[in-house]
Each structure stands twice: as C-alpha cells, then as structure tokens.
Design a protein around this ligand. Structure first.
Ligand code: MG
Length: 283
C-alpha cells in the first residue's frame, strides 16, 4: 500500500461513516468500516461488501466495533454508555466484539478497532475487571490473526499507556484521533501523539475546536472540516512522520445528518491531505 494512502471512515449499512459510493466517487482507495448491524454480519453480507470494494479498488484497513445503546450526546452520556466500560453490558459487548472480530476475518481484515470507553481509575475493581475482559477479547482476536486498535480521546495519553501496559498483550495498539483529544478536552493532541506514537497503527484525520477553557472536559469542543480546527494538520502530519507512521490517513467527518456537506468536507480534506503529503514526503 502507498505510504499515507488516503482513506475514509465508511459504513456497510447506514451506521456511522460515509457510504462506499462516496469513497468511490472521491477516488479514495482505503476505508475503515463501521461494523454493520448484527443481522448483516454473515458470510453472504461479507462477500457482497467485499465484491463492492473490489469493484471500486478499495481496501478495508480496519473494522470498527460499535454497540446498541451507545450515545455520544454529551460527555457524561458518552462515559455512561460507550464501549466495554459500562459494567451492566460489559460481558455481552465483549462477546459481541468477538463476533465483530469473526466478521472482520470474513472480510479478510486483520485489524479491528473500538472505543473501549472512559477507562476507570487504575486499581479500582472496575479497572481490574476491564483488564481481564480486554485480555480475553484480545486472545480471541489473536486467534483470528488480528490486532485491535483503541480509539483515543476519552482518556489522557498517560492513562491510555498505563492501561495498555497493564493489559499486557502484544496485539493491542492505538487508532489515534487528534480531534477527539480536543473534543473531550483530554490534552494537546500533538503532545499526546509524541507520547503514544510507538503504539499508533492507524489514525483518523479529523479536526475540532476546543471548548471554552472553563468548559473543557465538561462540554464538547466542536468538530469542524479538516484544516479549519485547532489540530494543525501540517504539524499533525509532521509529527506522524517523526514517529514513523506510514499507514493510511483515514478521514473522518461525523456529520451523518448532513450527507451533502459531509461529502463536500471530505473532498476538501482529500485535497488538503494530498497537498500536505506531496510537500512532506518530498525528499
Ligand atoms: Mg475517530
């Protein structure tokens, strides 16, 4: 695969992300895919989707898990509902994540990704049980010949590193999303990337503006079109270069309610990334 191939976050059946046709239309050849609903996770659906990818010369680089009942309405709701952290659904979601790993295998994809949720404080009972569940999941994922990437943003870089170290499995890596660090108010994304860069195996190209200082970590920042926010795309790509990242640049634009604007913004992002790539990879 080309170094820093352009990618986009896409979906099989109306979940998060753009439809495959949009990727095709914009000339994008790699996608991360949001997992389809349970009823579509079967061999026939995998085969059909793979054929559509093949026809458009698109490679699936990561299958992202997600669950019924998750809500990103505000930060407190996200903490309560997202990932494997909520204890009432932890076991059933871990089991479902194994099914998602099996579906990724049907797609010939060796990477799954997820928001694990707001990792609890080290040493708490919830933290210890989350570690046990994550290890068990990662062993299943490993048996499928896969790695799992954790999306960044819901905790600081240091807390994420601590958690990954305590899990202690060699198939756990990071999907770095700089905008999430800003949206959740969990730290400067460039400084965070320097800290966790050795574990980054996939990334999102997404941009955001910080919430007002007294609101950081309490209220959302604002997601904006790539290049219009506080990440600083050139600095972001330079930092990725310095940590040795060569994988796809996967554009994510989370405005599924406005498909026209989403497509226009992704087109703008492709042009920005292509021009920065030309500038930075010139030797
Ligand atoms: Mg993301």
């Amino acid at each position: 695969m080309q170094k820093w191939a352009i990618g986009v976050f896409a979906s099989v059946d109306a979940g998060l992300g753009v439809h495959l046709d949009v990727a095709k239309e914009l000339g994008i050849h790699t996608v991360q895919v949001h997992t389809p609903h349970k009823e579509s996770r079967n061999e026939a659906a995998a085969k059909a989707f793979l054929q559509r990818c093949k026809d458009a010369d698109i490679t699936i680089t990561c299958l992202f898990g997600g669950f019924e009942g998750e809500s990103y309405a505000d930060i407190a709701t996200t903490a309560r509902t997202v990932g494997l952290v909520p204890e009432a659904t932890r076991a059933s979601r871990a089991a479902e994540m194994k099914e998602i790993s099996d579906f990724a295998k049907l797609l010939g994809c060796n990477t799954i990704g997820m928001h694990i949720g707001f990792v609890p404080e080290k040493g708490s009972a919830s933290y210890n049980s989350l570690i046990a569940v994550t290890r068990d999941l990662l062993d299943h994922v490993k048996n499928n010949g896969q790695n799992m990437h954790l999306e960044t943003g819901q905790e600081t870089a240091d807390h994420l590193l601590e958690f990954m170290h305590d899990v202690g499995r060699d198939n756990l890596f990071i999907n770095f999303d700089p905008a999430n660090m800003i949206l959740y108010g969990t730290g400067d994304p460039i400084e965070a990337l320097k800290k966790v860069g050795h574990l980054v195996r996939s990334i999102h190209c997404k941009d955001a503006k910080w919430a007002a200082p007294d609101q950081r970590g309490k209220g959302w920042g604002t997601e904006v079109a790539l290049g219009d926010g506080d990440v600083g795309m050139e600095n972001y790509l330079r930092t990725l270069q310095s940590v040795g990242y060569t994988g796809p640049l996967t554009i994510e634009r989370e405005i599924a309610h406005d498909r026209e604007r989403q497509k226009a913004d992704i087109g703008q992002a492709v042009r920005l990334l292509e021009s920065l790539r030309t500038k930075l990879l010139r030797t």
